[in-house]
Ligand binder design. Structure first.
Ligand code: SF4
Ligand code: SF4
Length: 355
């Protein structure tokens, strides 16, 4: 922990020359590092560390989940998805509980397991695909296989448009950019945000030293009026990103205006499967089934503040349901479900919070 303490001292010195500074990280794994090592307690009171929309399960809106549930209820399909997504509730039901009702829902660790399953059966297999640019290349590769009875319900979302929406809507003085997404997209796309909003950014690794160093570098930029993007995570992130992965994404997905939990509709953020692969696009193939679909509001979630947690407006403990009604065994909102969800991280960490 020595380097962390040293960095905390350096942060304290820079912070003395500054008013209140609001830094936002955009990554579930960063929140995990910050919470488990209690890094917020090492920061001076004028430095606020906000948690943004970094978890793919959290930002997937209820509407997408309802659509998938609707499909499962009306078609004879096998539905596959990742474990955390199966635990997100809607009106008290989850994909897990639908499985106990007799629907064929299967948890997979990779989309390629879903492709394998499709090859072994004649029943249509629909994969509920979530995630940012980190998971989109795998979906692109799985679609290239063109397995006849394999379909993707894409809930993929592009990351950068959401950062635009955040920067437009809330006051942030610096962003700590996500490590894994950045290994795919590189440094370049963040330059648009710098140009438009003049907000300095650091692409950060996941160790406590990485996070503390990133905070220090951002504070230096703010103090000196330097508008920069610093790549602190050079061991994994290149300026141009992963070109093969970017090409696979561009070949497979078109950008659409899709909603995010907490952020509303974000322009050009949706990863809609393009025409080349439309025979395997569940939204298109089952178009008739979706004709009578109407999204609803889940009355049970009215008090849930996930939207505000995802925008850094509140910390999880400010939600009236936190650890009273909503806990990791019985999540009410999506932020309590996945291991990258801020509420789940706060609930499962033994950190004693002093602020
Ligand atoms: S996918 Fe990885 S880098 Fe991206 S937000 Fe989630 S944990 Fe962070
Ligand atoms: S504590 Fe539960 S209900 Fe409240 S914001 Fe978090 S996930 Fe939503």
């Amino acid at each position: 922990m020595k380097p962390v303490i040293k960095l905390a001292e350096k942060i304290k010195r820079v912070a003395e020359d500054l008013d209140e500074v609001r830094l936002m990280h955009l990554c579930g794994t960063h929140e995990d590092t910050i919470t488990r090592y209690n890094l917020r307690s090492l920061l001076p009171p004028n430095i606020r560390l906000l948690s943004g929309p970094g978890c793919p399960v959290c930002i997937t809106p209820d509407e997408d989940l309802q659509m998938v549930m609707h499909l499962l209820g009306n078609e004879k399909i096998i539905l596959t998805t990742f474990g955390d997504m199966m635990r997100v509730p809607f009106e008290g039901r989850t994909l897990f509980t639908m499985r106990s009702e007799g629907y064929d829902v299967r948890m997979v660790y990779s989309i390629f397991d879903a492709v394998k399953l499709a090859k072994s059966t004649s029943t249509p297999v629909v994969h509920f695909a979530i995630g940012f640019e980190t998971t989109m290349p795998s979906t692109a590769i799985a679609l290239r296989d063109r397995v006849e009875n394999f379909y993707v319900f894409s809930s993929h979302r592009f990351f950068i448009p959401a950062v635009h929406t955040l920067a437009e809507g809330i006051k942030v003085d610096g962003f700590i950019n996500p490590g894994h997404v950045s290994t795919v997209i590189g440094v370049k796309p963040y330059e648009e945000i710098l140009k438009k909003f003049g907000i300095p950014q650091v692409i950060a690794g996941f160790d406590p030293e990485d996070v503390m160093l990133s905070i220090y570098l951002l504070l230096e930029c703010i103090r000196d009026g330097k508008m920069e993007i610093v790549n602190e995570y050079t061991r994994a992130v290149r300026y141009e990103g992963n070109v093969a992965a970017i090409n696979a994404i561009n070949e497979t997905f078109d950008r659409a205006d899709w909603a995010w939990r907490g952020l509303g509709t974000v322009r050009e953020s949706g990863g809609a499967i393009n025409r080349k692969y439309e025979d395997h696009d569940a939204r298109k193939f089952f178009e008739d089934t979706f004709k009578d679909f109407q999204p609803k509001e889940d009355a049970k979630k009215r008090a849930c503040r996930c939207g505000d947690v995802l925008k850094g407006v509140i910390t999880p403990d400010k939600c009236p349901l936190f650890m009273r009604v909503c806990n990791p065994r019985n999540p009410v909102g999506a932020c309590m479900v996945g291991f990258e969800g801020t509420c789940n991280i706060w609930a499962t960490s033994s950190t004693v919070r002093t602020r």
